[in-house]
Design a protein around this ligand. Structure first.
Ligand code: C2E
Ligand code: CA
Ligand code: CA
Ligand code: CA
Length: 278
């Protein structure tokens, strides 16, 4: 939480004790941020670790606040979820990421997937399916080049409704990934009913993968589970070559993390994409 800046408000986390007035001010600012184009997307490469080939990218939102500077999503996505502002933000993120991916393809770069985070609240709405359909039509992006990342906890919230929504998205040709896999409580018996194509190993298991036996065991089981179910698996938060080697030895070949690149602004990502695309 930050306390500098003329407004002297703190950014929001759910466990903070806010006075109603402060919360309202932050919410008003966030609402304005949407209208005044203060949100930006950064893109983080996802690579085939052995070759370094670019296989995809994750779109990550930031708030370019006029006084506070760049605000990270952890400081405003929770408020956006509680206030419902995640719905317009989510639409903006989806449209921007799809339009950008289409623009890269039109520049002649080899097509890769863009992964977009979808929050629990967006996911509880059947309109999500229509929204995705409309945005794909508007931007001209082939559904195969879009992947939606949903967390384990949002799937478990209302499993029957979620399966229905996932099936419709899957039928449209959109790819689905389970984010932060291993951190929630998903029952393995549900996993086989979900039309997902990718499991994403949470960075909390990757961090100490070479030193902590429990983390190593969890990551190893997630990889084995994915492989036995014919799912793709990707590790997030890869920061060191030893982590990469460990993952590869156990059959996880895709990674995302600071070892390869931090999330990049569009121009920087474009340069990276060009280099990785040769
Ligand atoms: P996430 O989906 O788990 O995204 C991965 C986070 O890990 C990102 O943080 C990324 O910058 C960070 N990261 C990537 N590589 C490394 C690494 O090697 N080491 C470490 N320590 N961290 C790494 P970021 O961008 O701050 O996003 C935080 C969270 O905010 C995301 O976690 C996601 O849950 C949420 N978020 C971000 N963008 C969106 C969005 O457009 N919509 C929604 N609903 N949520 C979003
Ligand atoms: Ca994610
Ligand atoms: Ca994650
Ligand atoms: Ca996370």
């Amino acid at each position: 939480a930050k306390e500098q800046g003329r407004n002297n408000f703190q950014f929001y986390t759910p466990d903070m004790n806010f006075r109603a007035g402060e919360l309202l001010m932050l919410e008003t600012e966030l609402r304005k941020a949407i209208d005044e184009d203060q949100l930006v997307l950064h893109y983080q490469p996802q690579v085939h670790m052995a070759s370094g080939a670019l296989v995809g990218m994750e779109a990550l939102v930031r708030w370019r606040h006029p006084e506070q500077g760049m605000v990270s999503p952890g400081d405003f996505i929770p408020l956006a979820e509680d206030s419902g502002l995640i719905l317009p933000i989510g639409v903006w993120v989806l449209r921007t990421a799809c339009a950008q991916n289409r623009a890269w393809q039109e520049m002649g770069l080899p097509p890769i997937r863009v992964s977009v985070n979808i929050s629990a609240r967006q996911f509880r709405q059947i309109e999500l399916v229509r929204t995705v359909e409309r945005i794909l039509a508007e931007t001209g992006l082939d559904p195969a080049w879009l992947e939606l990342e949903i967390t384990e906890s949002s799937i478990m919230y209302d499993i029957e409704a979620v399966i229905q929504i996932l099936q419709e998205l899957n039928a449209m040709g959109v790819r689905l990934a389970i984010d932060d896999f291993g951190t929630g409580y998903s029952s393995l018996s549900y996993l086989k009913r979900l039309p997902v194509s990718t499991l994403k190993i949470d960075q909390s298991f990757v961090r100490d993968i070479t030193t902590d036996h429990n983390d190593a065991a969890i990551a190893t089981s997630v990889i084995a589970l994915a492989r036995s179910m014919g799912l793709e698996v990707i590790a997030e938060g890869v920061e060191a070559p030893e982590q990469m080697a460990f993952l590869q030895q156990r059959g996880c070949y895709r990674g995302q993390g600071y070892y390869f690149s931090r999330p990049l602004a569009v121009e920087e990502f474009t340069a990276w994409y060009r280099r990785a695309a040769v």
